[in-house]
Design a protein around this ligand. Structure first.
Ligand SMILES: Nc1ncnc2c1ncn2[C@@H]1O[C@H](COP(=O)(O)OP(=O)(O)OP(=O)(O)O)[C@@H](O)[C@H]1O
Ligand SMILES: [Mg+2]
Length: 391
């Protein structure tokens, strides 16, 4: 057998790869308890036979809109078992982007034998309604990425779905959940739609913060990896890197890439050097940012990079010592304490390092904990070394 295939199936760290697929649905949503509670409040009374509810969920890419709405709706259906017969349909309007395609999709989800063509949208809406009434069912309809449909085909379908029971005896046919990345979604609707949706039924998801992103990565690590293979320090670094965008996919992606690097090296645990910012998603440091630095600023940064290749953070005290080692290596006299601090500040302002102040356990004054978020310390190191040689 070819040697390069040896590691496949070895699973030194990874035991369930599917956990890292973006289509995989986690058993629990983490870090969004308040939002779930708010969403639930929009569905109070849904157990009543004539009731339909509405909700609009907005948030940036990777803020958990899809997973939150689908998981919530599934759990809601389970909760209502025996009280009301609910059927759930999720349509991604990026894949079904015209009114007729969306309606066809809903109709076939209720009845797989529904003919594919030959009906107007008005006729399909009535077929959907008749079908639900005949089976005594209530439909929770999620229109995901609904902004794509609206941009392409107007908001007429939303209006018609909201009015599906108007002037009819039987009410409560459809509950509607609209999901959109576009925060200005409501501005695209005419007032008749806005008033039917209700301004209090809007849930805006914020980008995830570092703590939430750590929780998301931790959940995947616990469910997909061998115990003890991913330490808290690793998760902390992933949280920090992905907090730049607040996108949950980024934290999952960085974790998976780190695992791959560790396994490629034949290790059974991820080490701090395995965790690197995603090449495609995180804004990396421009070469010109190194070019504008003075010689000593570069040397301060070089010392920091060397340590951060191996550790997640470095204290300002250590950074000073590392800077002095670099000065020795390049045969130049190190600058004094005040100048060192000034350089540290400049590097921070330039966005090259991040610092957090902590009370020092020993000695006097403030200690800062330094990290690099926007770049891989290894890459930055070689860029600075090249620049120092040129000098
Ligand atoms: N709170 C969470 N708990 C666990 N996993 C999460 C959470 N939020 C998001 N994820 C995971 O992150 C990934 C992205 O989430 P999701 O697809 O729901 O984002 P989205 O807001 O719909 O993104 P888009 O705008 O691109 O449609 C999915 O794999 C999802 O399972
Ligand atoms: Mg989505």
């Amino acid at each position: 057998m070819a040697e390069y295939l040896d590691r496949i199936g070895a699973g030194k760290i990874l035991i369930k790869k599917e956990v890292f697929s973006f289509d995989w649905t986690p058993p629990e949503i983490v870090g969004r308890n308040d939002e779930l509670r708010e969403l639930a409040s929009m569905f109070y009374g849904i157990e009543g036979q004539n009731i339909s509810c509405k909700s609009v969920i907005m948030g940036p890419v990777g803020s958990g809109k899809t997973v939150l709405t689908t998981t919530f709706s599934k759990k809601l259906c389970e909760k209502l078992e025996g009280l009301r017969d609910i059927t759930l349909t999720h349509v991604n309007c990026r894949n079904y982007s015209s009114t007729i395609q969306v309606l066809q999709r809903i109709a076939t989800s209720l009845d797989p034998r529904h003919p594919e063509r030959g009906f107007s949208s008005g006729e399909i809406i009535q077929t959907i309604r008749r079908n639900l009434l005949a089976h005594g069912k209530h439909l929770i309809l999620i229109l995901d990425e609904v902004d794509v449909l609206i941009r392409k085909d107007s908001s007429d379908l939303i209006y018609r779905l909201l009015r599906i029971d108007e002037g009819r005896e039987e009410k409560g046919t459809i509950s509607l959940i609209l999901v959109s990345q576009e925060l200005g979604l409501m501005g695209r609707f005419e007032s008749a739609i806005v008033s039917r949706l209700g301004m209090s039924n809007i849930l805006k998801l914020q980008p995830y913060n570092k703590k939430q992103l750590i929780e998301i990565a931790k959940q995947r690590a616990n469910l997909g990896c061998r115990k003890g293979s991913i330490s808290e320090e690793i998760l902390e670094k992933i949280g920090r890197y992905s907090a730049v965008t607040g996108d949950a996919r980024l934290s999952i992606e960085i974790l998976e890439a780190s695992i791959r690097r560790a396994e490629m090296e034949g290790r059974d645990e991820v080490i701090i050097e395995d965790v690197e910012p995603s090449e495609f998603r995180v804004t990396t440091i421009e070469p010109s940012q190194v070019d504008v630095l003075s010689k000593h600023q570069r040397m301060v940064l070089l010392g920091i990079c060397r340590r951060l290749k191996k550790k997640d953070t470095v204290s300002s005290g250590d950074a000073k010592k590392l800077y002095m080692v670099v000065c020795e290596e390049y045969g130049v006299k190190a600058k004094g304490h005040t100048t060192f601090w000034k350089h540290l500040k400049t590097l921070e302002i330039q966005g090259l390092i991040d610092t957090k102040t902590a009370n020092s356990a020993t000695g006097r004054g403030r200690t800062q904990h330094i990290t690099i978020t926007n770049a891989s310390p290894g890459e930055l190191e070689s860029r600075i070394e090249k620049a120092l040689i040129r000098q």
